[in-house]
Design a protein around this ligand. Structure first.
Ligand code: OAD
Ligand code: ZN
Length: 268
């Protein structure tokens, strides 16, 4: 069937890459950005752009704390799709996972996979941000960063500072305003992450897109450029995407079903 065929492509690829979006975290309870129940139908995206942050960082933080509570529920856990992707990376079937998500769930899934791996036989590549196997294109909302000096702290610490009345929360080193370490509208993507993603995309034989509407640049151009070069494109997404017509395999399905099925097919 088509799962088998897509799995065969991954097995035979010299280089393979995955790009994920909000749809991969949706089954964990993270709301999507677009669509009826999406973040941007409840919140005004203009309140979260970098100009607002610069103009009125205190008010920005008041709004951010609200959005963040919706986005990063305290007991979010990685789901079967995160786990399947981490397994594929650990098994060397994916060279990296490039994500647009800012919830940190890929990293958590990788930590789980590593822990299980440590109990098994070999220590393998893995998919932590440290090993380069995870590329967070839009940053990570579980951290906050100083705009002046780059000092970082975890998001809970920043939240506690903010809630104790000091708005915006400030840097320990230079007293600069802390910013959530997620890419805001109007901000550049982290340069290294984007460069690495572009390089991997340029080398990929198979490009797997999971749970993204592919409407936000430059992320959306990664699979488009891979397809231009003739890479095999696999799209797993509930709704249509602008790249479906150019994909070799389209699974209009839930990522928590298709990705574990792909992983299992590769194990056989
Ligand atoms: P979107 O919300 O635009 O798209 C999510 C896609 O996931 C939709 O097309 C859904 O059909 C699909 N989906 C939802 N649940 C699914 C499931 N269980 N299985 C399969 N597919 C599912 O999110 P992104 O494409 O990630 O930017 O949006 C990209 C960027 O736009 C985000 O990173 C964010 C936002 O503005 C920043 O935060 C900088
Ligand atoms: Zn600082």
């Amino acid at each position: 069937d088509r799962i088998e065929a897509a799995a065969r492509e991954l097995r035979e690829a010299d280089a393979a890459l995955a790009l994920t979006g909000a749809g991969v975290s949706a089954p964990s309870g993270v709301p999507p950005f677009r669509g009826e129940d999406g973040i941007w139908s409840e919140y005004d995206p203009d309140a979260f752009d970098v100009w607002r942050f610069r103009r009125e960082p205190g008010e920005f933080w008041t709004d951010w704390l609200e959005l963040r509570a919706d986005l990063l529920d305290a007991d979010l856990e990685p789901n079967a799709a995160h786990r399947a992707l981490a397994d594929l990376a650990t098994a060397g079937r994916l060279d990296a996972i490039v994500t647009q998500n800012i919830d940190g769930l890929h990293e958590e899934a990788a930590a789980l996979a590593d822990r299980e791996d440590a109990r098994g036989d070999a220590a393998r590549g893995g998919v932590s941000a440290d090993s380069g196997g995870l590329i967070e294109l839009h940053g990570n909302a579980r951290r906050a960063v100083c705009r002046n000096c780059g000092w970082t702290t975890d998001a809970d610490d920043a939240r506690e500072r903010a809630e104790s009345g000091d708005l915006p929360p400030r840097c320990d080193v230079c007293d600069g305003a802390l910013k959530p370490d997620a890419v805001l509208f109007g901000e550049q993507l982290p340069r290294d992450a984007l460069a690495r993603a572009r390089r991997l995309a340029a080398d990929s034989d198979v490009f797997l897109v999971a749970g993204s509407s592919l409407t936000v640049e430059p992320a959306a151009s990664l699979p488009a450029e891979a397809a231009d070069r003739g890479a095999t494109l696999v799209v797993v997404n509930l709704d249509e995407t602008p790249l479906d017509s150019r994909a070799d395999y389209v699974f209009r399905a839930d990522v928590t079903e298709t990705l574990p099925a792909l992983r299992d097919a590769l194990r056989e």
